[in-house]
Design a protein around this ligand. Structure first.
Ligand SMILES: *Cc1c(COP(=O)(O)O)cnc(C)c1O
Length: 404
């Protein structure tokens, strides 16, 4: 066995950057290139891109809290009091009073014993899934789960079994195929690109019957759904025993940044020990925790935001139906307009921008081939007239693209 690579082997070795550039060129040629656009200014749901003001139906700030005065002021006051950075990982002095206060608040809101903050939702999911599951154990997930839930299973070295979207019977078959193997059943509460809800009650029954542990990623549910905005799990009436692992993010309805895993005291205490994405990373800035505390208060104390959102969702759906637009089966503020063809979706997004609206086209590989869509998201910041004008622009752009 030669210790050193031969000249021939070295010559055959790919230049990784060149290979990546070739892959990129291929994606562009397929018409699936992603565009990074810079928002030059933002005023609530209005954004300026390429010097033009557009009404954005693209963000996840469902309640309008990213710009709420109380949330901004809490952020500024938090920075004045604590500085900008947490200066260290949680275990090494970075865990500040606002983190602890926020965790207590989230545990109470979601009806769990305890909660632990993470710097992002991505890190929360990687951390919790890779901590719960060992090599070769079973992770059963909905095919449309968020990418980071999928990556968590890969990081754990678990056997990842995905079931067709919302198909509880298929999930059951995957669990039963490996009886006795420790299993996590993980689902989004609200699916981020479709806006529909997981069949949580049925999944909880299945998890119970098969002795699997149920985990729900409620990134798009917390703040929006359920009594008091406590999320999709609360909306389904499920207890902490039925959903022992609950994850949610702050970057969506709470309008800030970061994430939480809520559950039993035993779960949270163990995550502090073992979750590598919590242990080996700088704690989120304390000012962000301050802002998130304020956001939770507003989310709970101003139910009119959820009511306004529900009105806009109804208005959008009825208006889309009247105009013959094809929507997905969603009751949440995520209201995708199904297009199908990826290039047409891009053309429609461009046509909407010309008409003053920013609505992103979501194409493969983010969504399955042939299911490209315009991902319309609604926010309490929108007025009914914004929605009405968007609907007209959509119908108009749709007709124009039919003629293409
Ligand atoms: C946004 C999102 C995440 C990731 O959260 P970040 O805080 O943005 O990293 C995880 N899961 C779902 C379902 C999401 O929509």
């Amino acid at each position: 066995m030669a210790e050193h690579a031969t000249r021939l082997e070295i010559a055959a070795r790919a230049d990784l950057v060149a290979r990546l550039a070739a892959r990129h060129a291929e994606r562009i040629a397929e018409g699936l290139g992603r565009r990074l656009r810079t928002v030059e200014a933002a005023h609530g749901a209005r954004v300026v891109i390429d010097g033009r003001e557009l009404v954005a139906f693209s963000g996840n700030d469902y309640l309008g809290l990213a710009v709420h005065p109380a949330v901004r002021e809490a952020f500024v006051a938090g920075a004045a009091r604590w500085g900008v950075g947490a200066t260290a990982a949680h275990l090494l002095g970075g865990h500040r009073a606002p983190h602890a206060e926020l965790e207590a608040m989230l545990a109470e809101w979601t009806g769990r014993e305890a909660a632990l903050t993470f710097s992002t939702g991505w890190m929360a999911n990687l951390g919790v899934v890779a901590t719960l599951l060992g090599e070769g154990e079973l992770c059963v997930e909905d095919k449309l789960n968020h990418a980071c839930l999928i990556d968590g299973a890969k990081l754990a070295g678990a056997e990842l079994k995905r079931y067709p979207h919302r198909d509880v019977e298929a999930a059951a078959r995957r669990l039963r195929a490996r009886p006795g193997v420790p299993a996590l059943l993980a689902t989004d509460g609200v699916f981020s690109m479709d806006g529909d809800l997981a069949p949580l009650v049925e999944l909880a029954e299945l998890a119970h019957a098969e002795r699997a542990t149920l985990m729900v990623d409620d990134a798009h549910g917390l703040g929006v759904l359920g009594p008091d905005g406590a999320g999709s799990v609360a909306a389904a009436g499920l207890t902490a025993d039925e959903v022992p692992v609950l994850m949610a993010t702050f970057g969506k309805a709470l309008g800030t940044f970061g994430a939480v895993v809520a559950g039993s005291r035993a779960l949270v205490d163990a995550l502090v020990q073992f979750a590598r994405t919590h242990v080996y990373t700088t704690a989120m800035p304390p000012a962000l925790a301050c802002a998130t505390i304020a956001a939770v208060r507003v989310a709970r104390m101003e139910p009119w935001r959820r009511e306004q959102l529900a009105r806009l969702v109804r208005h959008f759906r009825l208006g889309a139906r009247d105009r013959g637009l094809s929507l997905l089966d969603s009751t949440t503020p995520i209201q995708p307009v199904l297009v199908g063809d990826a290039r047409r979706a891009t053309r429609l997004a461009d046509a909407l921008a010309e008409r003053g609206f920013f609505v992103p086209a979501i194409r493969p590989p983010t969504v399955p081939p042939g299911s490209a869509r315009l991902r319309v998201t609604l926010s309490a910041l929108h007025a009914e007239t914004d929605v009405e004008r968007l609907l007209d622009a959509l119908a108009d752009a749709w007709r124009a693209s039919d003629a293409d």
